[in-house]
Design a protein. Structure first.
Length: 227
């Protein structure tokens, strides 16, 4: 019931006035969301520094108690080899954007990190490694009669060609025909009336590609988080 209350309720009129919300169509949930979105950046800033203080205090306590034995590598890093393998896989997965591989489900979440097209806005890693061409082979989708592919053109500048190839090959495997695709690549525009027969886009991804590679569409001129 709280969620469905309208701001015209007397209690929420006061909240709306204090928050500076002028729209008369906002629900209680939208007001709470708006207030949280305004407060979250400052709260995150405060929490970050509180964490630094806590870490520093723990360091002081360790130093004052002279429990240096706790920091010995052989005691603190004794783990089963399988756990080290899992940790290695986690680090590898997180660094995928810097290796020219997938850009989703990595250490880039909510970071505005950009590694596509051979460039990076990371402070330290300015040029990603290119172990594969997934992030450098980009196309701009203009139009398609498939809603999923057409969705890549709505507000986004580019998408890895692999992403479109994966979708087209999936449709082709389901027996779909007459898939239209108009796109730009390297400044050239090309139109396909039967993309499912195109040698490139009809080629299905390998098992590893289909299971582990996930990419995001992005704007070429804005550092904006896609999540």
């Amino acid at each position: 019931g709280f969620v469905m209350l309208n701001v015209w309720d007397p209690g929420f009129q006061k909240i709306r006035a204090v928050a500076g919300l002028t729209s008369g169509n906002l629900t209680a949930l939208q007001i709470v969301n708006e207030l949280w979105s305004r407060a979250a950046p400052r709260l995150a800033f405060i929490a970050f520094h509180l964490n630094l203080i806590a870490i520093a205090w723990i360091g002081v306590l360790l130093w004052r108690s002279r429990t240096v034995e706790l920091l010995k590598p052989r005691e603190t890093m004794a783990m089963h080899p399988a756990l080290w393998a899992i940790m290695g896989l986690m680090i590898f997965n997180g660094f995928n954007p810097y290796l020219g591989l997938k850009t989703e489900t990595s250490f880039a979440m909510y970071s505005n990190l950009r590694t596509e097209d051979g460039r990076s806005n990371h402070v330290l890693i300015r040029k990603p490694l290119t172990l594969a061409s997934y992030q450098t082979d980009l196309i701009g989708v203009i139009d398609s009669n498939d809603p999923t592919i057409a969705g890549f053109s709505r507000g986004w500048d580019a998408v890895p060609a692999f992403w479109v190839r994966r979708r087209v090959s999936q449709l082709a495997e389901r027996g779909r025909t007459g898939i239209t695709l108009t796109y730009t690549r390297n400044g050239e525009t090309r139109s396909l009336t039967t993309a499912e027969t195109d040698p490139e886009f009809s080629r299905p991804p390998s098992w590893i590609e289909s299971k582990f590679l996930n990419f995001r569409v992005f704007r070429a001129t804005l550092n904006e988080c896609m999540h």
